[in-house]
Design a protein around this ligand. Structure first.
Ligand code: CMP
Length: 133
């Protein structure tokens, strides 16, 4: 099934000029960039975006981090795009991510793990709407 999902290139990867490499990786793996823009969000917007994590101990640091610098938000489109993007990203913690995955290649730590991707159809729809109203 053709799906759309949201990918975010996080501040650590934007700072290291990895936008083109990461986008090329998606394209090489048959995900199309349907839309993309570079933005900087406020702490309040990060809190809203990550509200599913609001009870977690890392929530405050996470929101500070996502709002600390420019990010690139991308609508990825393709066959089973949600699951495929999650496979291409690898595990949340770069140490545990599979060889060849984005987080293994570029992630610096569980916080600075270079990319975010929607984890379900419901979240993909709401996360895309959040950035592309
Ligand atoms: P992301 O896929 O963007 O979703 C939530 C983020 O919280 C996650 O990537 C990590 O960067 C960050 N995070 C920090 N600590 C943890 C943790 N212990 N478990 C899961 N995610 C964490």
């Amino acid at each position: 099934m053709t799906e759309q999902t949201l990918s975010i290139i996080k501040p650590d990867a934007v700072e290291r000029n990895l936008e083109k490499e990461i986008k090329d990786f998606f394209i090489k793996n048959n995900l199309k960039i349907a839309d993309s823009k570079k933005v900087k969000i406020s702490k309040e917007e990060a809190e809203e975006f990550y509200k599913v994590h609001q009870t977690k101990p890392f929530y405050n640091d996470l929101c500070n981090y996502l709002s600390s610098g420019a990010i690139v938000v991308i609508i990825l489109e393709g066959e089973n795009a949600i699951l495929k993007n999650r496979e291409l990203m690898g595990a949340t913690d770069p140490i545990k991510a599979n060889d060849g995955s984005l987080r293994k290649m570029y992630g610096l730590s569980i916080d600075k793990n270079s990319v975010h991707g929607s984890d379900s159809l419901e979240n993909a729809t709401s996360e895309i709407k959040f950035f592309f109203k």
